[in-house]
Design a protein around this ligand. Structure first.
Ligand code: FES
Length: 153
C-alpha cells in the first residue's frame, strides 16, 4: 500500500502568509507575557503572605512579622526565605528550601510546612515530621530602622 501526499493548493484566500503567522505568534507570545506580568502584580495566585523582595533592600518590615509567627519572603536573588519573630524584636531568617527535595516551605500558624511531601518544621527550622533529612538552615539577617535586611549587621 502506498500513501500519497494530498495536493496542496498554491494559493489560499483564507490562509496566512508566513510573515503574518510570525507576527501573530509574536502577539500571542506578548499576550502570554503580559498576562504573566499582570498575574505577578497581585492576581489571585499571588500568596498574600509573601513579602515583596523589597524596597531599599529590605526583606520585610519587622511590623509585618507576627510575634511568635513567621512570614514568607524572598531575598534579592529570589531565594525563598522564612522570617520568624520568636519574640518581639528578634528576627530569625531560615531558608525556605525544603531539605528533602527542595520544594518551598511555607508558614502555617506555628509550623513551617512543605507542600510536596508533608515535611513539617518548627519555627526554629528543626524537623518535626516528614521525610526531610535535616533542619532548614539559618540565613544571616539584621534589623535596621524596623526593616529586616540581608546579611550580618
Ligand atoms: S520536598 Fe519537602 S517534603 Fe519533600
Amino acid at each position: 500500500m502506498s500513501v500519497t501526499a494530498p495536493s496542496v493548493p498554491h494559493s489560499c484566500d483564507g490562509c496566512l502568509d508566513r510573515r503574518e503567522v510570525l507576527v501573530r505568534a509574536g502577539l500571542v507570545t506578548m499576550g502570554v507575557a503580559a498576562a504573566g506580568v499582570l498575574a505577578a502584580c497581585g492576581g489571585a495566585d499571588t500568596p498574600s503572605d509573601v513579602a515583596p523582595a523589597a524596597s531599599g533592600g529590605a526583606l520585610a518590615q519587622v511590623a509585618d512579622i507576627p510575634v511568635g509567627g513567621a512570614i514568607s519572603a524572598k531575598d534579592a536573588d529570589g531565594n525563598p526565605l522564612i522570617l520568624v519573630q520568636p519574640e518581639e524584636g528578634t528576627i530569625v531568617a531560615l531558608s525556605a528550601v525544603c531539605t528533602h527535595q527542595q520544594c518551598t516551605v511555607a508558614p502555617d500558624e506555628d509550623e513551617l510546612v512543605c507542600p510536596c511531601h508533608g515535611s513539617v518544621y518548627d519555627l526554629t527550622g528543626a524537623n518535626v515530621s516528614g521525610p526531610a533529612p535535616s533542619p532548614l538552615p539559618e540565613v544571616d539577617v539584621h534589623v535596621s530602622n524596623g526593616a529586616v535586611l540581608a546579611g550580618k549587621a
